[in-house]
Write a new protein. Structure first.
Length: 347
Protein backbone atom coordinates (compact mmCIF):
# COMPACT_ATOMS: atom_id res chain seq x y z
CA UNK A 1 0.00 0.00 0.00
CA UNK A 2 1.40 3.40 -1.02
CA UNK A 3 0.31 6.51 0.86
CA UNK A 4 1.26 10.16 1.15
CA UNK A 5 0.79 12.71 3.93
CA UNK A 6 -1.31 15.66 2.78
CA UNK A 7 -3.44 16.12 5.87
CA UNK A 8 -1.53 19.03 7.34
CA UNK A 9 -2.10 17.55 10.82
CA UNK A 10 1.53 16.75 11.56
CA UNK A 11 2.14 20.03 13.39
CA UNK A 12 -0.32 18.94 16.08
CA UNK A 13 1.09 15.44 16.09
CA UNK A 14 4.57 16.88 16.55
CA UNK A 15 3.55 18.75 19.65
CA UNK A 16 2.24 15.56 21.24
CA UNK A 17 5.01 13.32 19.98
CA UNK A 18 7.85 15.54 21.09
CA UNK A 19 6.62 16.85 24.42
CA UNK A 20 8.93 14.38 26.16
CA UNK A 21 11.26 14.21 23.15
CA UNK A 22 12.63 17.67 23.94
CA UNK A 23 13.59 16.56 27.44
CA UNK A 24 15.22 13.39 26.13
CA UNK A 25 17.17 15.31 23.49
CA UNK A 26 18.33 17.93 25.98
CA UNK A 27 19.45 15.22 28.38
CA UNK A 28 21.44 13.56 25.62
CA UNK A 29 23.02 16.84 24.59
CA UNK A 30 23.91 17.68 28.18
CA UNK A 31 25.52 14.27 28.59
CA UNK A 32 27.54 14.86 25.44
CA UNK A 33 28.71 18.23 26.74
CA UNK A 34 29.72 16.84 30.15
CA UNK A 35 31.41 13.86 28.54
CA UNK A 36 33.52 16.15 26.38
CA UNK A 37 34.55 18.22 29.38
CA UNK A 38 36.68 15.37 30.72
CA UNK A 39 38.78 15.45 27.55
CA UNK A 40 39.78 19.10 28.01
CA UNK A 41 42.97 20.33 29.68
CA UNK A 42 42.63 20.57 33.45
CA UNK A 43 44.59 23.80 33.52
CA UNK A 44 42.65 26.81 32.24
CA UNK A 45 43.56 30.50 32.35
CA UNK A 46 42.33 32.31 35.44
CA UNK A 47 42.31 35.72 33.80
CA UNK A 48 38.98 36.51 32.10
CA UNK A 49 40.65 38.04 29.05
CA UNK A 50 42.84 34.97 28.60
CA UNK A 51 39.78 32.73 28.90
CA UNK A 52 37.99 34.65 26.18
CA UNK A 53 41.03 34.38 23.91
CA UNK A 54 41.32 30.65 24.60
CA UNK A 55 37.67 29.97 23.79
CA UNK A 56 37.67 32.22 20.72
CA UNK A 57 40.68 30.35 19.40
CA UNK A 58 38.88 27.06 19.97
CA UNK A 59 35.62 28.36 18.44
CA UNK A 60 36.58 30.95 15.82
CA UNK A 61 34.16 32.61 13.43
CA UNK A 62 34.40 30.65 10.19
CA UNK A 63 32.70 30.67 6.79
CA UNK A 64 30.37 27.87 5.68
CA UNK A 65 30.11 29.22 2.14
CA UNK A 66 32.62 26.84 0.58
CA UNK A 67 31.00 23.65 1.82
CA UNK A 68 27.63 24.85 0.47
CA UNK A 69 28.81 26.45 -2.77
CA UNK A 70 26.99 23.82 -4.87
CA UNK A 71 23.55 24.81 -3.56
CA UNK A 72 22.53 27.85 -5.65
CA UNK A 73 23.16 26.07 -8.95
CA UNK A 74 21.71 22.80 -7.67
CA UNK A 75 18.59 24.49 -6.31
CA UNK A 76 18.03 26.32 -9.59
CA UNK A 77 18.39 23.10 -11.59
CA UNK A 78 16.04 21.22 -9.25
CA UNK A 79 13.46 24.02 -9.51
CA UNK A 80 13.49 23.65 -13.30
CA UNK A 81 13.25 19.85 -13.22
CA UNK A 82 10.15 17.92 -14.20
CA UNK A 83 7.75 17.93 -12.47
CA UNK A 84 8.61 21.30 -10.90
CA UNK A 85 8.58 21.20 -7.09
CA UNK A 86 5.69 22.90 -5.31
CA UNK A 87 5.38 24.34 -1.82
CA UNK A 88 1.73 24.42 -0.79
CA UNK A 89 -0.03 26.12 2.12
CA UNK A 90 -0.22 22.74 3.86
CA UNK A 91 3.51 22.24 3.28
CA UNK A 92 4.27 25.55 4.97
CA UNK A 93 1.87 24.75 7.81
CA UNK A 94 3.72 21.53 8.56
CA UNK A 95 7.05 23.32 8.21
CA UNK A 96 5.98 25.94 10.74
CA UNK A 97 5.40 23.17 13.27
CA UNK A 98 8.91 21.83 12.70
CA UNK A 99 10.37 25.34 12.97
CA UNK A 100 8.62 25.80 16.30
CA UNK A 101 10.19 22.62 17.60
CA UNK A 102 13.66 23.62 16.44
CA UNK A 103 13.21 26.97 18.18
CA UNK A 104 12.37 25.16 21.43
CA UNK A 105 15.51 23.07 21.16
CA UNK A 106 17.60 26.18 20.58
CA UNK A 107 15.95 28.11 23.41
CA UNK A 108 16.63 25.50 26.06
CA UNK A 109 20.17 24.64 24.99
CA UNK A 110 22.71 27.25 26.13
CA UNK A 111 25.45 26.48 23.62
CA UNK A 112 24.40 28.85 20.85
CA UNK A 113 23.79 31.69 23.31
CA UNK A 114 27.15 31.08 25.01
CA UNK A 115 28.92 31.18 21.64
CA UNK A 116 27.12 34.39 20.74
CA UNK A 117 28.21 35.99 24.01
CA UNK A 118 31.76 34.71 23.47
CA UNK A 119 32.03 36.70 20.24
CA UNK A 120 30.55 39.88 21.72
CA UNK A 121 32.27 42.86 23.33
CA UNK A 122 30.89 41.93 26.75
CA UNK A 123 32.25 38.36 26.99
CA UNK A 124 35.16 39.31 29.23
CA UNK A 125 32.91 41.18 31.68
CA UNK A 126 30.45 38.30 32.02
CA UNK A 127 33.22 35.76 32.62
CA UNK A 128 34.78 38.04 35.23
CA UNK A 129 31.45 38.43 37.08
CA UNK A 130 30.91 34.68 37.02
CA UNK A 131 34.40 33.97 38.36
CA UNK A 132 34.05 36.53 41.14
CA UNK A 133 30.45 35.97 42.25
CA UNK A 134 29.66 32.41 41.16
CA UNK A 135 26.84 30.88 39.16
CA UNK A 136 24.03 32.24 41.37
CA UNK A 137 24.40 35.68 39.79
CA UNK A 138 24.53 34.23 36.27
CA UNK A 139 21.79 31.62 36.42
CA UNK A 140 19.90 32.98 33.40
CA UNK A 141 22.95 33.91 31.34
CA UNK A 142 24.81 31.17 29.40
CA UNK A 143 28.34 32.40 30.08
CA UNK A 144 31.12 30.95 27.88
CA UNK A 145 32.39 27.97 29.90
CA UNK A 146 33.65 24.53 28.99
CA UNK A 147 30.32 22.93 29.89
CA UNK A 148 28.28 25.46 27.88
CA UNK A 149 30.51 25.41 24.81
CA UNK A 150 31.71 21.86 24.31
CA UNK A 151 29.57 19.37 22.41
CA UNK A 152 30.98 15.91 21.79
CA UNK A 153 30.46 14.40 18.36
CA UNK A 154 27.97 11.56 18.37
CA UNK A 155 29.29 8.04 17.79
CA UNK A 156 28.59 6.32 14.48
CA UNK A 157 25.32 4.42 14.87
CA UNK A 158 24.94 1.17 12.96
CA UNK A 159 21.62 0.16 11.45
CA UNK A 160 19.81 -2.99 12.54
CA UNK A 161 20.60 -6.14 10.58
CA UNK A 162 17.99 -7.49 8.19
CA UNK A 163 16.36 -10.53 9.75
CA UNK A 164 15.78 -13.52 7.50
CA UNK A 165 13.78 -16.61 8.38
CA UNK A 166 15.72 -19.74 9.26
CA UNK A 167 15.09 -22.75 7.03
CA UNK A 168 13.08 -24.56 9.71
CA UNK A 169 10.95 -21.60 10.72
CA UNK A 170 7.23 -21.77 10.15
CA UNK A 171 5.39 -18.60 9.14
CA UNK A 172 8.10 -16.31 10.61
CA UNK A 173 6.17 -13.14 9.81
CA UNK A 174 2.84 -14.23 11.24
CA UNK A 175 3.06 -14.07 15.06
CA UNK A 176 -0.06 -14.34 17.17
CA UNK A 177 -2.38 -11.34 17.29
CA UNK A 178 -1.36 -10.55 20.89
CA UNK A 179 2.35 -10.58 20.00
CA UNK A 180 2.51 -8.75 16.70
CA UNK A 181 3.67 -5.18 16.11
CA UNK A 182 0.86 -3.81 13.96
CA UNK A 183 1.37 -1.30 11.16
CA UNK A 184 1.43 2.25 12.59
CA UNK A 185 -0.97 4.97 11.52
CA UNK A 186 0.18 7.53 8.98
CA UNK A 187 0.29 10.28 11.63
CA UNK A 188 2.57 8.13 13.80
CA UNK A 189 4.96 7.54 10.91
CA UNK A 190 4.97 11.25 10.14
CA UNK A 191 5.87 12.09 13.74
CA UNK A 192 8.53 9.35 13.69
CA UNK A 193 10.16 10.87 10.61
CA UNK A 194 10.02 14.39 12.06
CA UNK A 195 11.58 13.25 15.32
CA UNK A 196 14.41 11.63 13.37
CA UNK A 197 14.81 14.79 11.32
CA UNK A 198 15.17 16.95 14.42
CA UNK A 199 17.78 14.57 15.84
CA UNK A 200 19.70 14.69 12.55
CA UNK A 201 19.56 18.49 12.36
CA UNK A 202 21.38 18.56 15.71
CA UNK A 203 20.24 22.09 16.74
CA UNK A 204 22.88 22.36 19.48
CA UNK A 205 25.45 21.89 16.73
CA UNK A 206 24.23 25.00 14.88
CA UNK A 207 26.47 27.03 17.15
CA UNK A 208 26.31 30.80 16.73
CA UNK A 209 25.45 32.04 13.25
CA UNK A 210 26.14 35.73 12.75
CA UNK A 211 25.80 35.23 9.02
CA UNK A 212 26.85 32.66 6.41
CA UNK A 213 30.44 33.93 6.49
CA UNK A 214 30.72 34.06 10.29
CA UNK A 215 29.72 30.89 12.13
CA UNK A 216 31.21 29.69 15.43
CA UNK A 217 31.03 26.17 16.85
CA UNK A 218 29.18 24.56 13.94
CA UNK A 219 28.91 20.78 14.13
CA UNK A 220 27.73 18.84 11.10
CA UNK A 221 24.23 17.38 11.05
CA UNK A 222 24.21 13.91 12.63
CA UNK A 223 22.06 11.46 14.55
CA UNK A 224 22.70 11.16 18.28
CA UNK A 225 20.27 8.32 18.91
CA UNK A 226 18.84 5.39 16.99
CA UNK A 227 15.28 6.28 15.88
CA UNK A 228 12.67 4.11 17.58
CA UNK A 229 9.08 3.78 16.46
CA UNK A 230 6.83 3.38 19.52
CA UNK A 231 4.67 0.27 19.40
CA UNK A 232 1.38 0.06 21.30
CA UNK A 233 0.81 -3.36 22.87
CA UNK A 234 -2.17 -4.66 24.81
CA UNK A 235 -1.35 -5.78 27.42
CA UNK A 236 1.95 -3.85 27.52
CA UNK A 237 3.89 -6.65 29.23
CA UNK A 238 3.36 -9.01 26.27
CA UNK A 239 5.46 -7.07 23.81
CA UNK A 240 7.09 -9.52 21.41
CA UNK A 241 7.97 -7.41 18.38
CA UNK A 242 9.29 -4.03 17.37
CA UNK A 243 9.88 -2.06 14.17
CA UNK A 244 13.65 -1.99 13.61
CA UNK A 245 15.32 0.54 11.28
CA UNK A 246 17.23 -1.54 8.73
CA UNK A 247 17.79 1.29 6.26
CA UNK A 248 17.99 5.04 6.73
CA UNK A 249 19.80 6.75 3.88
CA UNK A 250 20.20 10.37 2.91
CA UNK A 251 18.93 11.35 -0.53
CA UNK A 252 20.82 14.21 -2.17
CA UNK A 253 18.74 16.41 -4.48
CA UNK A 254 20.97 19.42 -5.14
CA UNK A 255 24.56 18.20 -5.33
CA UNK A 256 24.50 15.88 -8.34
CA UNK A 257 23.00 16.06 -11.82
CA UNK A 258 20.43 13.46 -10.79
CA UNK A 259 19.05 12.64 -7.33
CA UNK A 260 21.29 10.13 -5.58
CA UNK A 261 21.24 8.19 -2.31
CA UNK A 262 24.27 7.79 -0.04
CA UNK A 263 24.90 4.12 0.79
CA UNK A 264 26.08 3.33 4.32
CA UNK A 265 25.51 0.79 7.08
CA UNK A 266 25.42 3.66 9.60
CA UNK A 267 22.92 6.42 10.25
CA UNK A 268 23.61 9.49 8.08
CA UNK A 269 26.04 12.12 9.32
CA UNK A 270 27.35 14.94 7.17
CA UNK A 271 30.96 14.71 8.33
CA UNK A 272 31.21 11.14 6.99
CA UNK A 273 29.68 11.64 3.53
CA UNK A 274 32.92 12.41 1.73
CA UNK A 275 33.88 9.31 -0.20
CA UNK A 276 30.63 7.50 0.62
CA UNK A 277 29.28 5.74 -2.52
CA UNK A 278 25.94 6.75 -3.98
CA UNK A 279 23.28 4.85 -5.87
CA UNK A 280 20.39 5.85 -8.14
CA UNK A 281 16.87 5.93 -6.78
CA UNK A 282 14.85 2.72 -6.71
CA UNK A 283 11.30 2.80 -8.18
CA UNK A 284 9.63 3.37 -4.79
CA UNK A 285 11.93 6.33 -4.10
CA UNK A 286 11.28 7.81 -7.55
CA UNK A 287 7.53 7.55 -6.98
CA UNK A 288 7.88 9.05 -3.51
CA UNK A 289 10.00 11.95 -4.74
CA UNK A 290 7.23 12.87 -7.16
CA UNK A 291 4.88 13.15 -4.16
CA UNK A 292 7.37 15.33 -2.29
CA UNK A 293 7.65 17.56 -5.36
CA UNK A 294 3.88 18.11 -5.13
CA UNK A 295 4.21 19.41 -1.58
CA UNK A 296 3.82 16.21 0.43
CA UNK A 297 6.32 15.50 3.19
CA UNK A 298 6.03 11.74 3.59
CA UNK A 299 5.32 8.83 1.27
CA UNK A 300 4.91 5.34 2.71
CA UNK A 301 4.52 1.79 1.49
CA UNK A 302 3.69 -1.22 3.67
CA UNK A 303 3.88 -4.88 2.77
CA UNK A 304 4.51 -8.10 4.69
CA UNK A 305 6.93 -7.31 7.49
CA UNK A 306 8.26 -4.05 5.99
CA UNK A 307 7.53 -0.34 6.07
CA UNK A 308 9.21 1.85 3.47
CA UNK A 309 9.12 5.63 3.70
CA UNK A 310 10.62 8.66 2.02
CA UNK A 311 10.42 11.82 4.12
CA UNK A 312 11.30 15.36 3.13
CA UNK A 313 14.16 17.51 4.41
CA UNK A 314 12.90 21.04 3.76
CA UNK A 315 14.61 24.36 4.33
CA UNK A 316 13.22 25.94 7.49
CA UNK A 317 13.75 29.55 8.48
CA UNK A 318 16.64 28.41 10.69
CA UNK A 319 18.29 26.76 7.66
CA UNK A 320 18.22 30.02 5.69
CA UNK A 321 20.87 31.51 7.97
CA UNK A 322 23.43 29.39 6.08
CA UNK A 323 21.71 27.76 3.09
CA UNK A 324 21.10 29.92 0.00
CA UNK A 325 17.67 28.51 -0.81
CA UNK A 326 14.05 29.48 -0.25
CA UNK A 327 11.97 28.53 2.77
CA UNK A 328 10.22 25.25 2.05
CA UNK A 329 12.66 24.15 -0.66
CA UNK A 330 13.61 20.48 -0.69
CA UNK A 331 17.22 20.14 0.46
CA UNK A 332 17.08 16.36 0.46
CA UNK A 333 15.11 13.43 1.83
CA UNK A 334 15.43 10.39 4.06
CA UNK A 335 14.78 6.95 2.63
CA UNK A 336 13.63 4.65 5.44
CA UNK A 337 12.99 0.93 5.66
CA UNK A 338 11.73 -0.71 8.84
CA UNK A 339 11.33 -4.42 9.48
CA UNK A 340 9.14 -6.14 12.03
CA UNK A 341 11.53 -8.02 14.30
CA UNK A 342 11.42 -9.82 17.67
CA UNK A 343 12.32 -7.68 20.66
CA UNK A 344 15.86 -8.26 21.90
CA UNK A 345 15.10 -9.24 25.50
CA UNK A 346 18.78 -8.87 26.45
CA UNK A 347 18.53 -5.08 26.09
Amino acid sequence: MFATNRSGKSAGVLGLAFGCGVAVWLAGTAAAQVGQQAALPAEAPKDSKAKVEMFRKRYPLESLAKRLDYEPEGAEAFAKSNPPPRVTKETLKRLAGAEELTAVYQKYNPRGQALKLLHSDTAEKFIEVRDNFGMSRMVHIPVPTTVNLELAAAPSLRLAEVRTAASGDKAPNVPSERETASFPKEADLSAFHERGLQDFLNPAGFGFVKDRENVAGFQGHQFRTMPQLPVVHKPPDERKEQWAVIRLQLMSLLKYEQPAVYVSDNLPRMDELKGVPTRPLIPFEEKSLKSLRKGDDLATETSGDRIRMVGSLRASKQCLECHEVKRGDLLGAFSWELQRQPVDEKK
